[in-house]
Design a protein around this ligand. Structure first.
Ligand code: ADP
Ligand code: MG
Length: 272
């Protein structure tokens, strides 16, 4: 393999370098944040509420203003500078945000033929919608309307909508937080399964330690004020992880301890 070829093969899919961000008129939310996501890798970004996880995810997806005095750093996707939302970077949020007047299938297909998307014929678009619905376990149920879907089914449709873009990278912001515990566990399993089968990489933002350990190949812990990436763990526990409760518990304790340390370091001091 040529040196260039080797570089392309080992280069991370997404590279964020020295990222910083502050909302207009406010203090910096985070600074000096660098992170990589490899091809087909699942990275979990874990941190307490308000530490800047969602802001960082949106900055990486280029949904936030990324230059000027309040923001900076560089994001590359596949080695190319990323300056605007990319058609093969798909997003999933806590709320499925389905259009109530469109069927599940039409929600999944919505926007696939928009101008900034690659052009495809109708048969290809239909195939993508069908495959995406089947991948999330909703094959044959595309005619249902959002009002007919449970919370878990609606979030499956949102995941299918992301998959229909055949994303290289899935950016998911607490996508399961609003679901009950059993549905959440099912969706965590589904996410891992789908990401593996579709050869997609994923960044999953979560405040749930167990979710990060069950889902991630790697966990990044964000904390501090302004926020930084303060810890990183590679999760080498074989899947399914539930089959290795001792290893899961040991890692859980490490992560919990680190989370406590960050909290302690950033807690306001006693009033004097
Ligand atoms: N649109 C906004 N305008 C101003 N401040 C915001 C906005 N969104 C979030 N913030 C602030 O930025 C910080 C980080 O928020 P966020 O990224 O949502 O954290 P997290 O996702 O970790 O809970 C918080 O202090 C929050 O209040
Ligand atoms: Mg958030």
């Amino acid at each position: 393999m040529s040196v260039q070829g080797l570089e392309a093969a080992t280069r991370p899919l997404l590279e964020g370098r020295d990222l910083r961000f502050g909302y207009a008129g406010g203090p910096p939310v985070f600074e000096h944040v660098s992170l990589d996501i490899g091809e087909r890798e699942i990275v979990c970004l874990l941190g307490g509420s308000g530490c800047g996880k969602s802001t960082l995810l949106r900055l990486l997806g280029r949904l936030e203003k990324h230059d000027g005095t309040q923001a900076g750093g560089e994001v590359r996707l596949g080695g190319e500078p990323l300056t605007a939302p990319h058609p093969r970077t798909a997003l999933v949020f806590q709320q499925p945000s389905l259009l109530p007047w469109l069927s599940a299938a039409r929600n999944v297909g919505f926007g696939l033929d928009f101008q900034h998307q690659p052009r495809h014929d109708q048969a290809t678009l239909q195939r993508r919608v069908d495959e995406a619905l089947a991948a999330v376990g909703l094959g044959g149920q595309g005619d249902l309307y959002p009002a007919q879907l449970s919370g878990g089914m609606a979030q499956r449709v949102a995941l299918a909508r992301a998959l229909a873009r055949e994303p290289q990278l899935l950016l998911a912001d607490e996508p399961f937080s609003a679901l009950d515990a059993i549905t959440r566990a099912e969706m965590q399993e589904l996410l891992v399964d789908v990401v593996h089968r579709w050869h997609t990489a994923a960044l999953l933002v979560t405040h749930d330690i167990d979710e990060a350990i069950l889902v991630g190949d790697r966990i990044l812990l964000m904390g501090g004020r302004p926020g930084r990436i303060v810890h990183e763990w590679r999760v080498d526990i074989p899947r399914p992880r539930e089959a290795h409760p001792e290893a899961v518990t040991a890692l859980r304790l490490q992560v919990l301890e680190a989370l406590r340390e960050v909290r302690h370091a950033t807690a306001p001091g006693p009033a004097v």
